[in-house]
Design a protein around this ligand. Structure first.
Ligand SMILES: [Cu+2]
Length: 238
């Protein structure tokens, strides 16, 4: 066999072997997960009852405050868990939107996670007049009336990361928070106080826990590829 053909044959074998090795290589799992809980320190106080002073036929005679919601095992709902030193993620898809409803004179959900620059659709399911009053510091503040016939209102001016307090001046018990984020690493605790932050690149991070009534807390965590780190924190009344 001519020498040239032998070299070609060896080359093909080498190439094929390399391909097989690539196919057999383990799938590289990029990033890890942080999960955990926020629990209340002490004996949970009873939920506050808010008096309804207007539109009781739509709003009911009274409302239960969501400023501090504590569930089973003292889990704290509506705590915002974010990664302080995360790299910004992909910009929000322009077609995406996030909705904040007004239902029975209550903002739903209590906390809205809004990627910076994404459209916020404010819905009025009640068919009575509400108004959206935001107390922004970084984004332009707004105070927009939403009459009962205006089913939706589109907001496109919230473009910078910030936690924004929202209220309705017509029903002074109505509260919400818009959490504007520029990375995908923010979670809101569920009814049991649990949160999950998936797909974090390996590294050491500072987690910030924020709750509208309980204040702030920070905790460091190290994330390893393919692993789950657990962070449980306890927060009490200030
Ligand atoms: Cu209102």
């Amino acid at each position: 066999m001519p020498r040239g053909n032998t070299q070609l044959g060896t080359g093909l074998v080498t190439l094929t072997l390399a391909s097989v090795l690539v196919l057999l290589a383990p799938v590289v799992v990029v990033g890890g997960t942080v999960r955990g809980t926020v629990t209340f320190d002490g004996t949970p106080p009873p939920p506050k009852v808010l008096q309804v002073t207007k539109d009781a036929d739509k709003c009911g005679p009274e409302q239960t405050s969501e400023a501090l919601v504590i569930g089973a095992e003292k889990g704290v709902q509506y705590a915002v868990v974010s990664v302080v030193n995360a790299q910004p993620g992909q910009p929000a898809a322009p077609s995406g939107k996030v909705e904040l409803d007004q239902q029975k004179c209550r903002f739903t959900p209590r906390i809205v996670l809004l990627p910076a620059g994404m459209e916020l659709v404010v819905r009025n399911s009640d068919g009575i007049a509400h108004n959206l009053h935001t107390f922004s510091k970084t984004n332009p503040a707004m105070n927009k009336a939403q009459p009962g016939f205006m089913k939706t209102m589109s907001i496109r001016t919230i473009t910078k990361p910030e936690i924004i307090r929202v209220q309705c001046d017509m029903h002074n018990w109505m509260r919400a928070w818009i959490v504007v984020v520029d990375n995908p690493y923010t979670a809101i605790t569920d009814a049991a106080g649990r949160f999950t932050l998936p797909d974090l690149p390996a590294g050491t991070y500072t987690l910030k826990f924020w709750h509208e009534t309980l204040g702030e807390k920070q905790q460091e965590v190290t994330v390893q590829d393919g692993a789950t780190a657990t962070v449980d924190v306890v927060m009490g009344l200030p």
